[in-house]
Design a protein around this ligand. Structure first.
Ligand code: FAD
Length: 435
């Protein structure tokens, strides 16, 4: 028997599930294929999710009781030196509305919930099934996929690839020429540590389960190398992790778990974890290839969405909302393609246009130089995080020295680390990377 659908989606992450839900809801016979034992089985992230992308997909998502952990009511940055921290966080009553703008989430719970919404909309969700390759006709047009099931070929005029960062199908189709270069991919290790809710609340100064914090940490957290660490509060646990460009791990011969262990033992961090029990541990890649190195997003009969296409804004730790928005837009384009009976690359390129007009590609375009900046300014995080901590120590301590002299000392402390021109150059480069 030939298994034929209107649309096939590969991968049950936020991108794929958003695409499947969108198409199924409009009446397309849609199959979502996920290789994990259940949707979400293989997925983990920091992680913060943004409700704007969920609301665009499911305007009544709140009534469908999504499995959120804590709403974010405090967010910000900590600049870590080896024995101290400068904190810059923002806490506001304005974050307190329901649904909130952002929530911490555990993917093993969230992804199955989202897949259930896709099933309810009529999508056939098939798990424990890997797509081995994409099937093409003699002209190269995509016509279906081959799975690892016996009798496992599935056909459809449109395939949406949402396979995540390890984009083997996208590569094999020739939509991107090369594998992810280590300079442009981050490796993140994360641990979920169980802790009683009351301890989490006391340590982060939260009044109850209706408050939560998401802190991104620079400097000594990644040994001063380009990368970030994070500390996010869940209901009954803390998500803690570090992420660095793969190249940095290779160059400095570092093992990811050692960097995380070192971070967890930092005198500022350790008290937050005291008495906690490790519950989950894992590592995952994050594409930081950026706007200029994205694969082709559409070809005859096929579109690519989410991490598979490198849709991540690392500076703002956004990925899931880009993935969900792209999946939804790919789904909408597929619906129009069915209406027009046109599945050509030219028609499907409307998907790219829609993304160019949205925050997804606008943001990626704006930050297109960010990874290059970190790659070519490797001292940035270490130098300035340490400097800020030294300034704070000097500023907040009385030495019986006139303040003018203290100011001179502070300028001297910066010059010891970086020349006047070096600082100016770093700042110009940073501004350029953010414009
Ligand atoms: P994925 O979520 O990776 O889903 C891909 C799916 O495809 C998987 O389920 C996989 O099993 C399946 N699959 C792959 N190949 C096949 C195949 N051949 N056949 C069948 N199935 C297949 N984003 C945020 O928004 N906020 C955060 O705080 C945040 N923090 C992060 C922290 C870490 C440590 C990491 C690693 C990432 C973080 N991200 C964050 C990024 C975010 O996780 C990703 O951008 C997002 O998950 C991308 O969604 P996706 O659907 O494209 O891919």
């Amino acid at each position: 028997t030939k298994h034929t659908f209107d649309a096939i989606v590969v991968g049950g992450g936020p991108a794929g599930t958003a695409a499947a839900l969108t198409m199924a809801r409009s009446g397309l016979k849609t199959i979502l294929i996920e290789r994990g034992n259940f949707v979400g089985a293989k997925n983990f992230f920091g992680g913060v999710m943004y409700t704007h992308a969920i609301a665009d997909l499911l305007p009544d998502f709140w009534e469908r009781t999504p499995p959120f952990e804590r709403p974010l009511t405090e967010q910000g940055y900590w600049m870590l030196a080896p024995d101290s921290v400068v904190r810059m966080t923002h806490k506001s009553e304005h974050y307190k509305h329901e649904p909130a703008d952002a929530y911490t989430v555990l993917r093993a719970q969230f992804d199955p919930w989202l897949a259930e919404q896709a099933s309810k909309a009529g999508a056939l969700v098939v798990t424990r099934t890997a797509v081995l390759r994409v099937l093409q006709d003699s002209k190269g047009k995509v016509i279906g996929v081959r799975t690892d099931r016996p009798d496992g070929d599935v056909y459809a005029p449109i395939v949406i690839i949402a396979e995540g960062v390890n984009n083997l199908l996208t590569q094999r189709l020739g939509l991107i020429k090369n594998d992810l270069p280590p300079r442009f991919v981050a490796l993140a290790v994360k641990e979920y540590i169980s802790l009683p809710a009351k301890d989490i609340q006391a340590r982060f100064g939260l009044t109850g389960a209706n408050e939560g914090a998401a802190i991104d940490i620079f400097g000594d957290a990644t040994m001063g190398l380009p990368g970030t660490a994070f500390l996010y509060t869940d209901k009954a646990g803390i998500s803690i992790g570090v992420g660095m460009l793969l190249d940095e791990f290779i160059q400095h011969k570092l093992r990811p778990y050692e960097v995380l262990a070192r971070f967890k033992n930092h005198p500022v961090i350790q008290p937050y974890l005291e008495g906690g029990k490790p519950f989950e541990y894992g590592a995952h890649l994050i594409p930081e290839t950026g706007y200029d190195r994205m694969p082709k997003l559409a070809a005859d009969g096929v579109m690519v969405a989410g991490d598979a296409a490198g849709m991540v804004d690392a500076l703002h730790r956004e990925g899931t909302n880009l993935a969900m928005t792209a999946g939804r837009m790919a789904g909408l384009t597929a619906i129009k393609a069915h209406q027009a009976g046109d599945f050509s690359a030219t028609f499907l390129n409307q998907y790219r246009q829609d993304l160019e007009n949205s925050f997804v590609l606008k943001d990626m375009k704006q930050y297109r130089r960010m990874t290059d900046f970190l790659d070519t300014t490797p001292h940035f995080m270490g130098t300035y995080a340490n400097f800020l901590n030294d300034v704070a120590l000097r500023y907040f301590t009385a030495h019986g020295i006139p303040k003018r002299d203290m100011e001179r000392q502070i300028v001297g402390m910066l010059q010891e680390r970086r020349s006047f021109f070096g600082v100016a150059q770093d700042m110009v480069k940073l501004l350029r990377a953010m414009r």
